[in-house]
Design a protein around this ligand. Structure first.
Ligand code: AP5
Ligand code: MG
Length: 192
């Protein structure tokens, strides 16, 4: 198995690059934000419990997202690998993920961390908010709350994986194709 985390703050391009990477490397895309938005659209109990947190730009509780990832891993045996997008977002989530993968004799092989300035993140998300319909893109206050959650709770996840030398920083500004080429180069290097 080859398991990759695409890491970075809100608006850094995780979703955009994931779509291209899963195609090229045959990985399964596990994006907790997308799964949560589907649950909300389907008005499930899980979706209803997560909606308030998401609308405020706060992280939903660890046990909710860990349960989602556990089911996804258990329901996809024999897979080539996963691309985790927007997960793990706390150190507790990383520890849970490492344990879930270890149960399948697997591990996180690489963490690619997209580097984008805060001004650029805010510009991208305000711009997307004009058409996305995403409740957490509607104003700068909520966007800043998301970035604050990232800085306080999510950035330590990079520290967790850098202990085992798994983190590679990649510049996340420039054209989508150039960034994709850089990400691909790092994956090819890791797999060679
Ligand atoms: P989630 O859905 O994961 O959103 P996010 O990480 O806050 O950020 P985005 O998905 O908006 O950004 P992205 O990095 O994917 O960038 P994108 O490619 O879209 O999470 C949403 C919420 O769900 C959280 O706040 C939380 O409440 C909850 N949640 C989810 N996972 C959780 C977890 N594990 N634990 C707890 N709670 C969780 O690009 C952004 C924009 O920029 C787009 O318009 C795109 O077109 C544009 N763009 C992309 N690349 C470029 C480029 N190179 N140049 C210019 N523009 C670009
Ligand atoms: Mg995304």
């Amino acid at each position: 198995m080859f398991n990759l985390i695409l890491f970075g703050p809100p608006g850094s391009g995780k979703g955009t690059q994931s779509e291209k990477l899963i195609e090229k490397y045959g990985l399964m895309h596990l994006a907790t934000g997308n799964i949560l938005r589907e649950e909300i659209a389907n008005k499930t109990a899980l979706g209803l419990s997560a909606k308030g947190y998401m609308d405020r730009g706060e992280l939903v509780p660890d046990e909710v997202v860990i349960g989602m990832i556990r089911s996804a891993i258990e329901n996809n045996p024999g897979i080539r690998g996963f691309l985790f997008d927007g997960f793990p977002r706390t150190v507790a989530q990383s520890v849970a993920l490492d344990n879930l993968l270890a149960e399948n004799d697997a591990q996180i092989d690489l963490v690619l961390a997209l580097q984008v300035s805060e001004d650029e993140l805010i510009d991208r998300l305000i711009n997307r908010g004009k058409t996305s319909g995403r409740s957490d893109d509607v104003n700068e206050k909520i966007i800043r709350a998301r970035i604050g959650e990232y800085e306080n709770k999510t950035s330590p996840v990079a520290g967790h994986y850098s202990k085992s030398d798994k983190v590679v920083k990649v510049k996340g500004e420039g054209t989508i194709d150039d960034i994709f080429d850089q990400l691909s180069k790092e994956i090819d290097h890791k797999q060679s």
